[in-house]
Design a protein around this ligand. Structure first.
Ligand code: ADP
Ligand code: MG
Length: 340
């Protein structure tokens, strides 16, 4: 940049700061699904509904029956760095909620039209907040919250251009919902697209949820994982070698209830299959790793899809051991079956 082209340093306007920050959190409609469903779960919802138009680009609504937001706090809910979930560094290090950064609603409202309708428990009626105008008005609904996001990226055309077809965006939204649904079989989910019911999962056991969400045959072709030691517990299900797939499209790992992508864990699981899985065959699994919060840092990335472990080697060992044990058990089963 030549000296003539240099501009003076200045503070960016608030709106632009939010739009820049939104770039990290909101990539496509599925990112909005992830953030809004996180919020519904944090609110203690038992039932969550997702309603989409045009793959979630034109309209994306998440409704829950959680605790709701008091009308006095509705304007704060959409402010940047405003959260009810942590208040101190100690809270952050022990965080048990999906959210804590207080930026999702602010981010979404800077790149889309956002409105909230919420009825706090004990309130006489619901309130509606329109994010753009800041206007609060009385509304009607049962306890809980509905968040509506319309025209994603209407004001950031460069971003909007990166969106794929409605069908592709819908697929990503459904995948985001599946990730939540697998982690929370105790919660009911339903999803509509263009007014038509696409999927519905009632509260169920983990095995039942997995077979509804992923594949009816998976339970029969998988074994239960039950491992971990000390401050770590590992559970879930892992597919038998014969259920391996050519694509890595059924691999779900959760750390403290949060879906993550982690090379170390993926490697540990794959290494448990070393002797029995050849070539490019991909194992399938739904694995939950619960670990003392002080042993894992979830504040690595705005989307929280990455985590950092204090003791990666220990995690690797325990995960590998738990999966090996699950697979070995199944081999014993098979042997017993042949003998009998
Ligand atoms: P975070 O989840 O990190 O706190 P968000 O921007 O996602 O930040 O939400 C801001 C706040 O709004 C939350 O801390 C919560 O108090 C409130 N909130 C958002 N969604 C809901 C919901 N569905 N039900 C109840 N409260 C909600
Ligand atoms: Mg949140």
């Amino acid at each position: 940049l030549g000296s003539t082209a240099r501009r003076a340093i200045r503070e960016l306007p608030d709106e632009l700061i939010s739009q820049i920050a939104a770039g990290e959190v909101v990539e496509r409609p599925a990112s909005v699904v992830r953030e809004l469903v996180d919020n519904a779960l944090d609110a203690g919802a038992a039932q969550i509904q997702l309603k989409l138009l045009a793959g979630g680009i034109r309209s994306l609504i998440v409704e829950d029956d959680g605790c709701g937001i008091p009308d006095s706090e509705l304007p704060l809910a959409i402010k940047r760095h405003a959260t009810s979930k942590i208040g101190s560094l100690d809270d952050l290090e022990a965080v048990a909620t999906m959210g804590f950064r207080g930026e999702a609603l602010a981010a979404v409202s800077s790149v889309a039209e956002l409105s909230l309708v919420s009825r706090f428990e004990g309130a006489a009626h619901a309130w509606r907040l329109d994010a753009r105008s800041g206007e609060l008005s009385p509304a009607a609904r049962a306890r809980g919250t509905s968040v509506e996001v319309r025209e994603l990226f209407f004001n950031t055309p460069a971003r909007r251009k990166f969106l794929k077809t409605e069908g592709t965006e819908l697929g990503h939204c459904l995948e985001a919902l599946r990730r939540h649904a697998l982690a929370r079989p105790d919660v009911g989910f339903a999803v509509w697209h263009e007014g038509k019911l696409v999927d519905q999962w009632r509260a169920a056991s983990l095995a039942q949820r997995i077979s509804e969400v992923l594949n009816e045959d998976f339970i029969g072709q998988s074994r239960e994982v039950n491992g971990g030691a000390g401050p770590m517990r590992i559970h879930g299900r892992v597919g038998l070698p014969e259920a391996a797939r050519s694509r890595a499209d059924m691999q779900y790992v959760y750390v403290n209830g949060r879906y993550v992508r982690d090379k170390l864990i993926a490697h540990a699981i794959r290494s448990a299959f070393d002797d029995v899985l050849h070539g490019n065959r991909q194992p399938s699994y739904v694995l939950f790793i619960d670990i003392a919060p002080e042993l894992v840092d979830v504040n690595v990335h705005p989307t929280k899809i990455e985590v950092r472990f204090r003791d990666g080697r220990e995690i690797h060992q325990q995960v590998r051991r738990a999966v090996v044990a699950a697979l070995a058990l199944s081999r014993t089963d098979d042997a017993a079956g042949t003998d009998g």
